[in-house]
Design a protein around this ligand. Structure first.
Ligand code: IPM
Ligand code: MG
Length: 361
């Protein structure tokens, strides 16, 4: 039986990086003997052009019928007029909300081959391996918005249940890794953060006494992330803090283009996307780094399709490719750089040489 994967390339470099990930998924299907069915949907600016809506009903239907959704990126200067009635980002936010993907996992790990591309000093980079768990369907992103001639407001609200479910996942993931969890808030100022901290403290004491829980204020956490990134293991935080901290953390690794994310719901399909944006300045040139999307596809294999071996094989193939110095200009430097599709082909080839099926054949 075939397994349906929804592909939403979106805008800017989205179509290039999703096409690259598709090459790798095809290689996974071939080497491991799976039957994936891919169907494309529109989201973001391209959807606005075609239908007037950022998330057309047909796209949502496709996503809900699939086992997992791989998204490229949305947005671009042609749709960024703040007065515009519909914006590409609304498509992404509506999709997250409709799929109920409340937890966004963003792993950030450094790699020796990319130390040179990081703005941080090398001695700070060794062994950095952080898993961010960002709450994704609540908080200020989704609170009531109001605007009149004299001002504007965005409400930040969280229910106990919304906080509990994402913290619980944070604790569980911490338990599976090194038993350390940092909960980031702004409890010295925000009421939502005081509730957050209270729940985290109680949950740590009653349900996860084996996990070492530490609280950090978001401003201090932002500083420590640069000063001593190794001190973090699993970090759980609310929607907007997570948005900001994960962009900050991404530069530590040398290229935001390398980083994947998985957004998980309590049930139903997950949403997988690189953490970079649509990068309209480099779109169409074949120089976008596809690794973030390829690694997101690996997370889709793991979390939505339950294909752990296949997911690890893709991750290993990306590692092999990076170690061999094969990469787009952001990681390999202008002189040695290859194209987006060449990186995908190299990852697909590395997968073939490593897979158990080939080894036996
Ligand atoms: C992200 C992006 C989105 C967000 C935008 C595009 C709405 O920055 O996925 O981090 O803020 O969540
Ligand atoms: Mg962001």
């Amino acid at each position: 039986m075939s397994r349906l994967i929804a592909l939403l390339p979106g805008d800017g470099i989205g179509p290039e990086v999703v096409a690259a990930a598709r090459v790798v998924l095809d290689a996974v299907a071939e080497t491991f003997g799976h039957d994936f069915e891919f169907r494309d949907g529109l989201v973001g600016g391209c959807a606005i052009e075609a239908t007037g809506e950022a998330l057309p009903a047909a796209t949502l239907e496709l996503c809900l019928a699939s086992e997992g959704v791989l998204l490229g990126a949305v947005g671009g200067p042609q749709w960024s007029d703040p007065a515009a009635p519909v914006r590409p980002e609304q498509g992404l936010l509506a999709l997250r909300r409709a799929l109920g993907v409340y937890a966004n996992l963003r792993p950030v790990a450094t790699h020796p081959a990319l130390y040179g591309a990081s703005p941080l000093k090398e001695h700070l980079l060794e062994g950095v391996d952080i898993l961010f768990v960002r709450e994704l369907t609540g908080g200020i992103y989704f609170g009531a918005k109001q605007r009149d001639a004299d001002g504007a407001s965005d409400v930040c609200s969280y229910s106990r249940e919304e906080i509990e479910r994402v913290l619980r996942l944070g604790f569980e993931l911490a338990r599976k890794r090194n038993g350390r969890l940092t909960s980031v808030d702004k409890a010295n100022v925000l009421e939502t953060s005081r509730l957050w901290r209270e729940i985290a403290t109680r949950m740590g004491r009653d349900e996860f006494p084996d996990v070492r829980l530490e609280h950090a204020l978001v401003d201090a956490a932002a500083m420590q992330l640069i000063q001593d990134p190794r001190r973090f293991d699993v970090v759980v935080t609310e929607n907007m803090f997570g948005d900001i901290l994960t962009d900050e953390a991404s530069v530590i690794t040398g290229s935001i283009g390398m980083l994947p994310s998985a957004s998980l719901a309590q049930s139903g399909p997950g949403l997988y996307e690189p953490i970079h944006g649509s990068a309209p300045d480099i779109a169409g040139q074949g120089i976008a780094n596809p690794c973030g999307t390829i690694l997101s596809a690996a997370m889709l294999l793991r979390h939505s399709l339950g294909l752990e071996d296949e997911a690890s094989a893709v991750e290993q193939a990306v590692q092999d490719t990076v170690v061999r110095g094969i990469g787009t200009p952001d990681v390999a430097g202008r002189e040695r750089a290859v194209t987006t599709q060449q990186v995908a082909a190299a990852v697909a080839a590395a997968l073939g040489t490593r897979s158990p099926a080939r080894a036996i054949a």
